[in-house]
Design a binder for this molecule. Structure first.
Ligand code: SF4
Length: 287
């Protein structure tokens, strides 16, 4: 871990990354791809120490309230957050200025800030976005080695559900020959429905591989599933999109089950839901 000063914070989509790099070690992580031009090891997390100051400048001057998201490129609740509390300090600012907040994480450390999310949700809106993609905890420990297992993440979703804080699940990626089974997809969806999620984001039954993350992924396959990387190379070469051979059947299952449970499952609809923050009715708030 090392500290840096960021020049800017918020993307055009109102997202921010407080850390650069990640220590969770997911074998399929796209963020470690060479196109992101890391000049330090991906696990040597850069901490944007001036992020709260940059964020406060934005919150002070923005007239229109928005939902600010974090976690698209780096988990905001990775291990060093327990001590640094950078995400927490940003959430406290978001609460103070009555903006909305949304985090994408795989970590149960998010429970530390549960009450804060509750207050933000009551003032404006908060949404927890959590990734569930490997239903079997043993396999989750292999594929996502440094973060809590899927069953623990399901418990986290239930805690948010108890307080009525909306949640959205990212069911991505689905890994050919590892997690692309009907059983895996059904078990994840059952967790989602039971936890009352508003939406499930899935871009297709497969994964993407780019330079950098492809080599890392194949090295992990070679360690844990000998011979499987050869099968990938044979089938997919250097393709970016790596669809599951079971894609059509799994996609149908996903669509039908989400429809049946009234859960959003078009990614754009999910993103609109997350970002939607109705203007406060100042007139009503007088009474
Ligand atoms: S938690 Fe997200 S950013 Fe971190 S290693 Fe896993 S996929 Fe990558």
């Amino acid at each position: 871990m090392h500290f840096v000063d960021a020049k800017s914070l918020l993307t055009r989509q109102n997202g921010m990354n407080l850390y650069r790099g990640c220590a969770h070690g997911c074998v399929y992580c796209d963020s470690r791809s060479t196109c992101y031009q890391f000049t330090h090891p991906f696990e040597d997390v850069a901490v944007k120490r001036n992020a709260p100051a940059l964020l406060e400048d934005i919150l002070k001057t923005r007239r229109k309230r928005i939902v600010i998201s974090t976690g698209s490129m780096s988990d905001p609740y990775q291990p060093c957050e327990a001590e640094l509390q950078l995400t927490r300090r940003c959430l406290e600012l978001i609460e103070r200025y009555a903006f909305g907040a949304s985090v994408i994480t795989k970590s149960d450390l998010v429970l530390r800030d549960l009450e804060l999310f509750d207050r933000i949700n009551q003032n404006a809106k908060s949404v927890l976005q959590m990734t569930l993609t490997v239903a079997d905890d043993g396999l989750s420990r292999v594929l996502e080695p440094n973060v809590c297992t899927t069953s623990r993440r399901y418990e986290v979703l239930k805690e948010f559900q108890k307080l009525g804080i909306p949640t959205v699940v990212w069911m991505t990626p689905i890994l050919p020959f590892l997690t692309d089974t009907e059983e895996n997809v059904r078990r994840i969806l059952d967790c989602c429905f039971d936890a009352g999620v508003k939406g499930v984001i899935c871009f297709g039954m497969g994964l993407t591989l780019r330079d950098g993350n492809r080599e890392y992924y194949y090295a992990a396959l070679d360690r844990h599933f000998p011979g499987l990387s050869d099968e990938y190379r044979r089938r997919y070469g250097n393709a970016y999109e790596i669809p599951s051979p079971n894609s059509a059947a799994l996609w149908r299952l996903f669509h039908e089950e989400c429809e049946r449970h009234g859960v959003l499952h078009d990614p754009e609809e999910c993103f609109r839901y997350i970002a939607d923050l109705p203007e406060r009715n100042e007139q009503l708030s007088l009474f």
